[in-house]
Every structure is written in structure tokens, then in C-alpha cells.
Design a protein. Sequence first.
Lengths: 186, 186
Amino acid sequence: MALAYALLSSLLVDGSQSGYDVVKCFDEQISCYWRATHQQVYKELREMEKKGWTCSETIAQTQRPNKTVYSITDLGRQELTAWVLQPSQPTAIREELMAKLKSGFLVPPTALIAELARRQQIHQAGLNALKAMEATDFPTVFTAGAKSLSYEARLYHLALRRGIRYESEWVEWCEEAIQAIGDYQQ
Amino acid sequence: MALAYALLSSLLVDGSQSGYDVVKCFDEQISCYWRATHQQVYKELREMEKKGWTCSETIAQTQRPNKTVYSITDLGRQELTAWVLQPSQPTAIREELMAKLKSGFLVPPTALIAELARRQQIHQAGLNALKAMEATDFPTVFTAGAKSLSYEARLYHLALRRGIRYESEWVEWCEEAIQAIGDYQQ
DNA sequence: CGTGCCATGTAAAGCGTTACATGATTCA
DNA sequence: TGAATCATGTAACGCTTTACATGGCACG
């Protein structure tokens, strides 16, 4: 369900787009809070068109495959607004690594430490990417503060901040866990 | 897939259990990193028995429905160990609230603030619950430090710490977001 | 007398991942 | 010449959620 609305918001904020563009936008920007494959995106855009939430236009291109460019309709905008107004539940957490930790005594501590270090690197890389996004998309934040942003930009910046906090928290926890397990070696 | 292993680790660490017990254990303890409905749990336990990862015994009860109590087998333990040794990918993030924020300019700021305050309360409650769990299950941490724990307990404590950090981060971010949106009201 | 706990299940629908498929262009 | 980008799709499978179903006991 929520994917449909995430797509609508992309069409609304970033303008009319082809499925391909939306996927790219998801990979680049939206990935800090939502993920979708191209198969899902194309399917959902077609289904929303049936419901009248989007409309499409085919753009003929030479030297490139033709595009189907989707736009949000008034009905789509209404649906999106109604959805935004609804309360949202926290996402159910599903963290494989924590499940592995519970049975972690089955394997050598060094194996756990290696895995935690690997995860720490992944989250550090994610953090760096998000910080780079912040520097690119919101440069004024660093000089004039977040209050310099427009309301719309500020809202999006808050989502980015959530991503940054999330990845930072992961990096810190990995550090804590590596230290802790180190205490039990020899 | 991962559900199966989470169940095995519950059987291994917490001992033999009925499906019902496992579900309760998931609701109470495991919910900070995994969630499953009773339908999933019962199904998975039966499937693992077919594979020989678990074995079961029916306990007749008067005044209560009979139970099927599952135990982990040697094969199950081997499979679990092999799984723990495999690298695990970070969970894909799917955060509805962030998607709503991106289209948040469609609704009055007060609506956003109300929703953020509601979410903050939810995460604060989650945080309190996890801290209470820490106090109950690991009382020595507060007096003698985390190093007083056995290796097994320490590993589980680390998972709990991750939950605590996660909920704390949410509460803080909600605060930040409420403040930020407040800046744009008159 | 109603609510909630104990204890287990079936069935259907929805959502998400993975694999497979095409075919031209651009860049190293 | 091989890889990456543009652009869109089908199909199968598996996981997750939601709804429906049963039936006794205990507690207020």
C-alpha cells in the first residue's frame, strides 16, 4: 500500500517522471526510508493509472527507448493528502544480526567481531553517503542553519536527518558490541 | 528464512517450548528485533520438524488444551550455527512516516506536529519497556557493569542495547522534528 | 456474564524478491 | 569488446498479514 503513496509523493514533489526515473530517484534519495525494485514500481504506476491516481503520456524518443511519463492527478493528490493525515504505525523491526547475536555463543568470538566490523563499515558508508547528500542538497544548513530552508525543504531535510541518526546509531552500537565481545577473548 | 533460525535460537536458549510459548516469548523479548504472528510460528515449527531441525512431543493436559512441545535437534543446532556464521545484510528500511513527511506540506503543520508527538510517545513507551526489561533481566549491569555478565547474557544484552538505542534515537528525532516544524508556525 | 488467556489451526490475499528477457547506445 | 545506462516488462516463488475458526477455563 504505502509504496503507492511514496510514488505519488515522488511525482508530486519531483514532478512527472517515467518509471525508470522514479526508480533512480528511489535509489538515490528515497533509499534512506524506502526501497523498491523496478518491477514493483512499474506495476504500481500502472495500477494507480487504472484507479485514476496517475495519468501517463508516451514520449517517443529516437536513440533511446520510448518513455511512459506519469503525472499525479487531482484524485491522486487527494488520496495522498488523505494518507498523510492518517496516523502511521512504527515499522516492525526485523534485524537478522540481533537474532544471530542471541545464538552467537555457538561460534568463536572472533567470527562475531569480524561480522560486526563488517557491518560497522557498511553503516559508516551509508552514513557518509547521507552526509554527502545533505551537503549537496542542503548546503545552506551548514552556514545559515536549518531555519534557512523552505518549509518543504525542511520537511525533507528532517527525513534525511532521521537517516543520518539511524546510521550513526548503528555505527556506535557496532563499536560498543565489538568492545564488549573483545572483553571475553582470553 | 530467518524466522526459522530465530525460532531455533529461541528453542536453544530458552529451552523446549510449545508454539504458544514461542509466540509469547517473541512478543515479550524478541520483539525488539523480530516479530511474527502465531500463524507463522506454528507453520514454521511444523516445517522444521519435517526437515528434522526440531522434534516434538505432545503433552496431554487436563483443564487446558494439549500442547505440542518442540525441541531443537542436533541437526537444527548445526543449521543454526551455519546460519550464524553467514554474513547478514542490513535490513531494508521502510519508514512510512518519512514518506509522509516528504508530502507533509499538503497538510497543516499542526497535523504533522500532532502525529510526531504521538509517535514520540509510542517510542518513549517502547524505550521504557526495554529499559524495564534490562532492569529485570540484567540487574547486575547497573551495579557491577556489563562485564559482570556471562558471555551468553552479554550477547543478548547487546541486542537489547540496540533496541534501547534505536528507540532513544527515535524519541530524540521526534523532538527535533517537532521543534523544526514549530519554527514554521507563525 | 463478558473479557481474556490457553492452544492450535486453515485459507486467501497482498506484498516483495529473484530470475529471466529484450535491445539499442555510450564510454573506456 | 565488454560494461554500463536507458527503458520496460513477465513469471514464479515465498514471506507476511488478515480474516475466520474452535472451545474450555479463570477472573472480576
